[in-house]
Design a binder for this molecule. Structure first.
Ligand SMILES: O=C(O)c1ccc[n+]([C@@H]2O[C@H](COP(=O)([O-])O)[C@@H](O)[C@H]2O)c1
Ligand SMILES: Cc1cc2nc[nH]c2cc1C
Length: 341
């Protein structure tokens, strides 16, 4: 029997088999302390679950959010030639300048909640291939971009938010969802930055053309990423994997960041157990995508901005969950009477 030639994706697949699982002892320690805190049992709802989730994936019974970091990955997309966005691709570079000057929405959210913020330019001047006609990336470039995404957290953090900037990337995200989950392109396509009706038709046609063009190669999630994805999506895949290996929980941003998580989920569902959905985007079928990944979003604010904004807002909630668990008084410390039965 002949073996297929080894491919750059093999290293990624191997990495996925070595990922750590949840720290059950840390979860138990959080539950034990939670029962002693001055509140009716269960009254903090999902905040209690968040403290357990942080402990499970940080691998420590006293979970922290001391160095939260928002990473935004920026890429440009050949498919924009098909008229699939309401804005031109030059906005990518202009928004990177805006991020650097502190003028974007994400800058203000990070400042309000005390979050670190880093932006990564993924060859913005070199758009990916137009997915309706060719592959977005070759395998080497795709893996190199994943590796770049892995390096994003090298400076250290204890909670990572992943977001993106890339005119046209709701088209590539819709193509990824269509390839992974099936169903008509219309179901997965939304208006992105605010497409009009004619633009929406072009966007559906572009996703349909991309699926037709690549239809014989859509069995493997990493091939779907390479053929239909974008550099920012590949980098987010890398960042999610690296975070898992370094025991850093991850908050996902909206429709596009979730497409990266969906690729990993399709490789193996447990690969994204350390990820929480920051928010429900107003874009397309984000709700359906999240449901298929088994994720319940923390927030639903009707946002569809991207640039990590929904995840950053959710980080405020996660930060509060850690502070509540760490700093509340116990019944005995505060002299508050405990439950009767
Ligand atoms: O994250 C989301 O849910 C989201 C929804 C709609 C638009 N966006 C942002 O808008 C850009 C993509 O929109 P479009 O219409 O150019 O495909 C890109 O920069 C994303 O960050 C992001
Ligand atoms: C102005 C602008 C800001 C953005 N931030 C994320 N995606 C964006 C798209 C546009 C068009």
């Amino acid at each position: 029997m002949t073996h297929p030639a080894s491919s750059p994706f093999d290293d990624i697949r191997r990495l996925i088999t070595t990922m750590p699982g949840p720290d059950e002892a840390a979860i138990e320690a959080v539950r034990l302390r939670d029962r002693q805190l001055t509140k009716p049992t269960g009254s903090l709802g999902r905040l209690e679950w968040l403290a357990e989730w942080l402990a499970a994936w940080q691998g420590k019974s006293n979970p922290t959010v001391d160095r939260p970091l928002v990473c935004v990955f920026a890429g440009s997309h050949g498919v924009t030639a098909k008229g699939v966005s309401a804005y031109p691709s030059e906005v990518n570079r202009q928004m990177l300048e805006n991020f650097a000057a502190g003028g974007a929405a994400i800058n203000q959210i990070c400042a309000a909640y005390g979050l670190g913020f880093k932006v990564f330019d993924l060859a913005l001047d070199m758009p990916t291939g137009d997915i309706t006609e060719t592959e977005a990336m070759d395998e080497k470039a795709c893996v190199a971009t994943m590796a770049f995404g892995m390096e994003a957290i090298a400076g250290g953090t204890d909670l990572l938010a992943v977001g993106e900037m890339g005119i046209g990337n709701t088209t590539v995200a819709a193509a990824i969802y269509t390839a992974l989950f099936g169903g008509p392109a219309e179901h997965w396509v939304g208006r992105g930055t605010g497409l009009d009706d004619e633009g929406l038709k072009r966007k559906v046609a572009a996703v349909e053309a991309a699926i037709t063009r690549h239809r014989d190669h859509l069995n493997d999630p990493l091939e779907i990423l390479r053929r239909l994805g974008g550099r920012e999506v590949a980098a987010i895949v890398g960042a999610i994997l690296a975070a898992r290996l370094q025991r850093i929980p991850v908050v996902l941003d909206g429709y596009v960041a979730t497409a990266a998580a969906a690729v990993l989920h399709a490789v193996h569902p447990s690969t994204i157990d350390h990820c929480v959905a920051g928010h429900l985007s107003a874009e397309g079928a984000h709700q359906d995508a999240l449901a298929r990944l088994g994720k319940i979003p923390l927030l639903a604010l009707g946002m569809r901005l991207g640039e990590g904004s929904g995840a950053a807002l959710a980080m405020g909630v996660v930060k509060a969950a850690a502070a509540v668990h760490r700093d509340m008084a116990t019944f005995s410390q505060a002299g508050v009477s405990e439950r009767l039965s």
